[in-house]
Design a binder for this molecule. Structure first.
Ligand code: ATR
Length: 279
């Protein structure tokens, strides 16, 4: 680790923040590229979020990541909101300019797509169709990124149908809402299935989804990464589908922030993955 009086400083704001893998992830890259800098966990209570954002430029921070539960609330404290954060309704990356202005963006969709491209043979999503499970901030980011990548049709299903409908109304005509009780039928003829809910995460029930109608060449992605292989991915893998775990998305979503704060385009490598997994 190299920290001089000229070190660039970034961090992650959350409450609690101890679960975050970001310090390990960015710390690995700082070492790998021998950068004069630090990336620190910043536990900030919700009632202190405004003060924390005001203080960051004064403390000389280059920027921060935002994690649970602040991603949506952070929007209100930005001087500038990038299009990806606006569409996701949430900020996960903040870049602080020399004059102290906060620019909020959301790299979750970018991370999802980059990981999909890096780990599968999916060369282009143009004209394809997908089914997305869930309607929270992660679903918004994934749907927006898929539409930007040229996916022609998204079937969206969520336990609370009204929330899925709001997302579809916000992101445009290529999203069709499928009632939660009819979700198994949403899988026929799709090329990509994505779980963006917390179902399947350690401590939560698995996603209850019958995969019978899913084409055997469809890719199945989960954004959950604890465990690395969720029950959904186990089911899909046993049927012969290509599966994509959630850890890769976490690694790739970190790239834009690192590049902006520390000036190096970082690489996602097996060594990085192993280091974050070992944490
Ligand atoms: P995030 O912003 O990280 O995506 P979120 O807004 O809490 O998180 O969304 C979590 C998603 O998991 C939602 O789609 C939620 O469904 P609801 O909109 O109906 O709440 C879904 N989810 C969580 N627990 C669930 C459960 N037991 N059954 C079905 N869906 C569930």
């Amino acid at each position: 680790m190299k920290i001089t009086s000229k070190a660039r400083i970034a961090g992650v704001i959350g409450w609690p923040v101890s679960h975050s893998r970001s310090p390990r992830l960015h710390g690995f890259w700082l070492d790998q590229y021998d950068i004069d800098g630090a990336y620190v966990p910043l536990p900030v209570r919700p009632e202190h979020l405004r003060d924390a954002f005001r203080a960051l430029p004064k403390l000389g921070f280059a920027g921060v990541n935002i994690t649970v539960p602040h991603k949506e609330a952070a929007l209100a404290f930005m001087d500038q909101v990038e299009n990806d954060a606006d569409r996701a309704g949430a900020v996960n990356t903040v870049v602080i300019s020399a004059d102290g202005r906060l620019a909020g963006s959301n790299s979750d969709g970018f991370g999802f797509l980059e990981n999909l491209r890096a780990t599968t043979r999916v060369a282009s999503l143009r004209g394809g169709s997908a089914c997305v499970i869930g309607a929270g901030g992660a679903a918004r980011a994934v749907c927006a990124a898929l539409l930007d990548a040229g996916v022609g049709a998204i079937r969206l299903t969520n336990r609370t149908t009204a929330r899925a409908q709001t997302l579809a109304d916000d992101l445009g005509p290529h999203i069709e809402v499928v009632d939660w009780v009819r979700r198994r039928g949403a899988l026929c003829e799709i090329g990509l299935l994505v779980n963006t809910t917390t179902l399947g995460m350690t401590g939560n029930p698995p996603l209850d989804l019958n995969l019978e109608a899913l084409p055997s060449d469809a890719v199945v992605a989960d954004i959950v990464y604890t465990p690395l292989e969720t029950p959904l991915l186990t089911d899909a893998r046993r049927r012969g589908n290509t599966v994509v775990d959630g850890l890769g998305m976490l690694l790739h979503q970190a790239r834009p922030g690192f590049r902006a704060w520390f000036g190096v385009e970082p690489e996602v490598t097996p060594a990085l993955r192993a280091a974050v997994l070992a944490d």
